[in-house]
Design a protein around this ligand. Structure first.
Ligand code: SF4
Ligand code: SF4
Length: 252
C-alpha cells in the first residue's frame, strides 16, 4: 500500500509508516487514515506559524490522554448491516460486558495495532469507537480529513456516511498522515439533509445538538428494543440507519 505524503517532513518516518501499512495489509485491517497531530509548535517551518498548520482548537482535542501524540490512527470497519450493532452480553470475570459485534471488531484492530506500535518502543492511547453520536470523537476523527462531522454528531466517513465503527489510536510514533485507502473528504455531506433529526424517536437529536441522557433513556427502555434472542438485543440506531449512503455518494 503506497502512502501519499502530506508535507510535514519534520514528523514523518517513511520506513516506520510503510512497515505499519504492510502490517495493516497483512492483517486485513481497515485503515481509514492517519492524522498528523504532532507537536508542531517547536518544529514549524520558517515563515509558517504553528496555528496555521494545526489550529489550537483541534490540537486541544487530543490533550489529556497521557501522551504527546504525533499521529492519530483511524482504524475501523464499514458496516453494511445494522445488525452488527446488536448488543450482546459477553461473560467476564466481573460480570457480563455488553458490547456490539461492530465495536468488538474495531477494538480488536486497535489493540492489535497498539501491540505492534508499543513493541517498537512508542507510546499509545486507545480511544474506543462509539455506537452513538459522540461530538468529540467525531471531531477527532475529522482531523484525518477522511470525513466530516454530520448533523447527527456522527462522523461521516466519505461515501460510507455514518455506516461504520471507527476508533482511534494516538501514538508518539512519527507516522505520516496521508491518503491510504480512502480519499480526503472535507465537503458538507449533510447539504440540507435532516433525516437523522427527523428519525430520532425521542427528541435526543435536534438542531441544537445531541442529548445523551435522553438518548440513553430511550434506548435502555426494553419497550423500545428488539430482543433477537436471550443474549442479543437491538437498540435504537435510527440516526445511523437514516443516513443515506447513496445520497452522500452522489454528492462526492
Ligand atoms: S434515540 Fe436513537 S435516533 Fe435518537 S439519538 Fe439516540 S440512537 Fe440516535
Ligand atoms: S442523516 Fe442526513 S443530516 Fe443526518 S448526518 Fe446523515 S447526511 Fe447529515
Amino acid at each position: 500500500m503506497a502512502a501519499t505524503k502530506y508535507p510535514h517532513p519534520w514528523i514523518q518516518d517513511q520506513a516506520l509508516t510503510d512497515r505499519l501499512l504492510k502490517l495493516v495489509d497483512d492483517e486485513d485491517w481497515d485503515l481509514f487514515g492517519i492524522a498528523d497531530v504532532g507537536p508542531l509548535n517547536e518544529k514549524a517551518r520558517p515563515g509558517r506559524r504553528p496555528k496555521d498548520l494545526w489550529p489550537t482548537e483541534e490540537k486541544s482535542l487530543f490533550d489529556g490522554y497521557g501522551i504527546e501524540p504525533h499521529a492519530a490512527i483511524l482504524l475501523g470497519q464499514t458496516i453494511a448491516e445494522p445488525f452488527l450493532f446488536a448488543e450482546q452480553a459477553a461473560p467476564g470475570n466481573r460480570g457480563d460486558r455488553i458490547s456490539s459485534c461492530a465495536e468488538l471488531i474495531t477494538l480488536g484492530y486497535l489493540m492489535g495495532f497498539r501491540e505492534k506500535i508499543e513493541f517498537q518502543g512508542f507510546k499509545t492511547a486507545l480511544i474506543s469507537p462509539s455506537p452513538l453520536p459522540d461530538t468529540k470523537l467525531s471531531r477527532m476523527l475529522a482531523t484525518s480529513r477522511k470525513g466530516v462531522v454530520g448533523r447527527s454528531q456522527r462522523f461521516l466517513a466519505g461515501e460510507y456516511g455514518a455506516w461504520h465503527t471507527i476508533g482511534l489510536l494516538l501514538t508518539d510514533a512519527p507516522l505520516m498522515g496521508g491518503d491510504y485507502r480512502y480519499p480526503d473528504v472535507t465537503t458538507d455531506l449533510c447539504d440540507g439533509c435532516r433525516a437523522c433529526l427527523d428519525a430520532c424517536p425521542c427528541g435526543a437529536l435536534t438542531e441544537d445538538g445531541y442529548d445523551a441522557d435522553r438518548c440513553h433513556e430511550y434506548r435502555d427502555n426494553p419497550d423500545n428494543q428488539e430482543r433477537a434472542s436471550t443474549h442479543t438485543v437491538m437498540k435504537c440506531m435510527r440516526c445511523m440507519t437514516a443516513c443515506d449512503k447513496k445520497r452522500i455518494k452522489d454528492l462526492l
